[in-house]
Design a protein around this ligand. Structure first.
Ligand SMILES: NC(=O)c1ccc[n+]([C@@H]2O[C@H](COP(=O)([O-])OP(=O)(O)OC[C@H]3O[C@@H](n4cnc5c(N)ncnc54)[C@H](OP(=O)(O)O)[C@@H]3O)[C@@H](O)[C@H]2O)c1
Length: 338
């Protein structure tokens, strides 16, 4: 029953990803009340009106109460923007509400970890700065479970260069680009990859080859922790929109290449692909929606207890893959390319 729940506060719910997350949540949870927070109330109101059973809220992240009216109450706080104050996380902890951090790179989660350590029993805190709102990591683990052990887990996300998010996403990409090296796991060691280590050739689902670059998202640490594979990387491929068939919109691919030992003890090298006709923002919004319904206990188990979480620690891989397919993803297993 979602009707008894207070609204989920989506800070940034009127943005490119946020408005798609509202739509995805509404599809998964028709009765879930939603509060859409942003600086521009008219913009947030328009998204709320489209969604139904939703309200809009003018937010001030410089305030401890986020600018919410006295007496306002929420069931979770989801922050779809880089909250440099972290007031949104502190608000969630103070009110014992699940919190989702969606916009932090691998190299900048320290302040949130420290806030969590100060008050570990106050609220569930979910890191979701992962690629496509956690969908990539959780899908990779779905395939990883079919192997007894994994030596190499190479994951890539393929997008088009005209697949634009909003201004907040641009600012984040610019900030991420200022960090020259990327953390990845190679030969059982964590290295700050540069030069040749930072790049590799990725074959897209249409067989074309592209240069991918290691991208500093949380997927590498999640996947290494969950599989103990000595070699783990996540690469981003940004391909030219000019190469796309005329009239087609930006689409998104996830490419999973695993080397390891199969259930029968045999050496295995497998490649699986998940392709979707929607853009990066839409897929990220879907990943987020799946995590929010899980956090609240509306899918996959009871409400998540206070603690610090990555998506793979609260979501069931097979359920996520099934729901991604229901949204429109196409899965190709054991593909051979190149
Ligand atoms: N983890 C993932 O999978 C993933 C994937 C894609 C994007 N992202 C991240 O998601 C975030 C949103 O991306 P986007 O493309 O949706 O950007 P966007 O279109 O610019 O949306 C930003 C949203 O945040 C609100 N906002 C911005 N600054 C604010 C502030 N100071 N106080 C309150 N509200 C504020 C905006 O509304 P107002 O302008 O009205 O305030 C808008 O609703 C970015 O941080 C991006 O890096 C994460």
């Amino acid at each position: 029953m979602t009707t008894a729940l207070k609204p989920v506060l989506l800070l940034g719910g009127s943005g490119v990803v946020g408005s798609r997350a509202v739509a995805a949540l509404r599809r998964l949870q028709p009765d879930l009340p939603i509060a859409i927070g942003g600086r521009d109330l008219a913009r947030a109101s328009a998204v709320a009106q489209r969604a139904g059973n939703a309200t809009a809220l003018k937010v001030d992240l410089d305030r401890a109460d986020l600018g919410a009216p006295a007496g306002a109450a929420f069931s979770a706080v989801v922050t779809l923007l880089k909250d440099e104050t972290l007031n949104s996380m502190k608000y969630a902890q103070a009110h014992g509400l699940p919190y989702v951090s969606f916009s932090d790179y691998l190299f900048e989660i320290g302040p949130e970890v420290a806030l969590y350590v100060q008050a570990p029993t106050s609220a569930p805190i979910l890191f979701l700065g992962h690629a496509l709102g956690g969908a990539v990591t959780v899908s990779a683990l779905h395939f990883a479970r079919e192997l007894r052990s994994i030596d190499t887990l190479d994951v890539a996300v393929v997008v088009y260069d005209d697949d634009h998010g909003g201004p907040a996403a641009h600012a984040d990409i610019e900030r991420g680009g200022r960090v020259p090296n990327t953390l990845l796991r190679k030969g059982g060691r964590w290295i700050w990859a540069s030069g040749d280590d930072a790049e590799r050739t990725v074959t897209a689902a249409d067989g074309t080859e592209h240069r991918g670059r290691a991208y500093p998202l949380l997927d590498v640490v999640s996947l290494a922790a969950a599989t103990d594979a000595p070699n783990v990387r996540l690469d981003l491929v940004v391909r030219s929109a000019a190469s796309r068939p005329a009239g087609k919109r930006p689409s998104t691919e996830m490419i999973f290449e695993l080397d390891g030992v199969g259930a029968g003890g045999e050496e295995r090298r497998v490649r699986h692909e998940i392709a979707d006709d929607e853009d990066l923002s839409t897929l990220s919004a879907r990943g987020l929606a799946l995590a929010v319904e899980r956090l609240l206990g509306l899918a996959g188990g009871p409400p998540v207890a206070p603690g610090l979480y990555n998506p793979e620690t609260i979501l069931h891989p097979a359920d996520v893959v099934q729901k991604l397919e229901a949204f429109g993803a196409r899965i190709a297993r054991d593909v051979r390319r190149g």
